[in-house]
Design a protein around this ligand. Sequence first.
Ligand SMILES: Cc1cc2nc3c(=O)[nH]c(=O)nc-3n(C[C@H](O)[C@H](O)[C@H](O)COP(=O)(O)O)c2cc1C
Length: 359
Amino acid sequence: MVLLEKTVDVSRVVQFEEWEKLAKENIDHNAFTYIQSGAGREETLRSNEEDFRKIKLIPRYLKDVSNVCLKTNILGETLPYPFMIAPVGMQGIAHRDGELATARAANALKVPFIASTVTTYSLEEIAAELPDTIKWFQLYWSGDWEITASFLHRAEKAGYSAIVVTVDTPLLGWREKDLTNGYSPLKVGKGAGNYFSDPVFLQRLKRSPQEDSTAAAEEMIKLVLEPKLTWDDIRFIREYTSLPIIIKGILHPEDAKQALNYGVDGIVVSNHGGRQLDGAISSIEALPAIVEEIQNKIPVLLDSGIRSGADAVKALTLGADAVCLGRPFVYGLAAAGQEGVSQVLQNFIQDLKVTKSLT
Ligand SMILES: Cc1cc2nc3c(=O)[nH]c(=O)nc-3n(C[C@H](O)[C@H](O)[C@H](O)COP(=O)(O)O)c2cc1C
């Protein structure tokens, strides 16, 4: 795989579509397709954006907007803006500095960062780039509890302040374009940062990743996703971490109720950016019934389809406490590394400020 990484002047790039175009021009075709595409016929991928367009804001005026505050409080921590960086794995396919570049940009702007399990760099390396902002760790809990426990222990030690458990991925979605391209970043070792640095995982290998990277990657792939997990397994995570637990991937109000029953500390309404169940409801359409079920008992975040300040304000107006930004920052990363992510985040913050002031 070749990362072209041309130097692009992004100081005037504003629109999502332009970032997408630059990303497409700048990186390997299969890597770009992996980031952009969704599962199946991409119905959910499209609904995620289209359903935001169906919701209209009705502004109120003459209420002094000279000092609009965007701060929000989640699980005892103050976020400067009501959004976070969504967990996105394998950022090394977008730029050689991967998550480190994204983390540097987020840290400089104090935007909270959620690190994926399947990162190109290790959770400790990423945490080192995030001294000044909130950081959460997203867990793909494996059937191998010792490795899961090791990840939880490492995340806590590295200073992550919450665990985001992604539940919509008991197995990988049917991603037709990646199947056509025969492309899997996990197979080429781009998501191995946490595994190849884990003492428990390394003990499982006959030969080290340096000696046999293909065998190590194969061993890792067996561990990333686990179809057997059920709600009762949340108890295991509770046993191994004292950090708050947030469930990511809730779309049904009954699952929101289950989250409350199991005592989790927050949820993310998400369909994984249309990458898992094609035909699934868009996150923004799912939100109101879930907010109704949760009744402000725990924080509700939302992702999938957030492209602008107006999208975020619509989600907040419908009851989300915060949103997570996904593909927009990944395109910034692919277009221009840290600078690209920084530009995407700065634009998003300004857009949020303007939109909040005008509603
Ligand atoms: C390339 C890519 C990789 C992703 N990797 C992960 C991951 O490792 N863990 C996870 O929970 N979600 C992952 N997601 C889903 C995001 O966290 C988020 O739910 C999604 O990007 C939201 O959709 P949007 O980007 O269209 O707004 C990934 C998304 C993309 C595009």
